[in-house]
Design a protein around this ligand. Structure first.
Ligand SMILES: [Zn+2]
Length: 111
């Protein structure tokens, strides 16, 4: 069963194993329904300062990372154990793992 998407934007704080060191860490994603940002899921690279502060209050580590491919810097969810950052290509995988498959625990915060 697919969870119904909320009508407003929500931040979800997912607790999941790091893709690199497999230790559990917290990551923050924001998503809305199709009426908001086309239901897009995105991470700290597009958060406002308030959203970053909110995520950090939930124990999420958000750091600036250099992108080798894009040759620029952006904010990303970061593992506190091994310092690995969660690239944007991981967002949908962690999002589906939590919301659709129930593999990871998460909490929702209305924005
Ligand atoms: Zn790690």
């Amino acid at each position: 069963m697919t969870k119904q998407q909320p009508l407003k934007k929500q931040m979800i704080i997912v607790t999941a194993p790091c893709w690199k060191c497999t230790e559990p860490f917290h990551l923050a994603l924001i998503y809305g329904n199709v009426a908001i940002d086309s239901g897009q899921v995105y991470g700290p690279e597009k958060f406002t300062n308030e959203e970053i502060a909110l995520a950090e209050m939930q124990g999420v580590i958000i750091r600036m990372h250099k992108s080798a491919t894009r040759k620029d810097e952006y904010l990303a969810n970061t593992c506190p154990h091994c310092n690995a950052f969660l690239g944007q290509f991981f967002h949908f995988e962690y999002f589906c793992g939590a919301i659709q498959y129930g593999d990871y625990s998460y909490k929702e915060i209305d924005l």
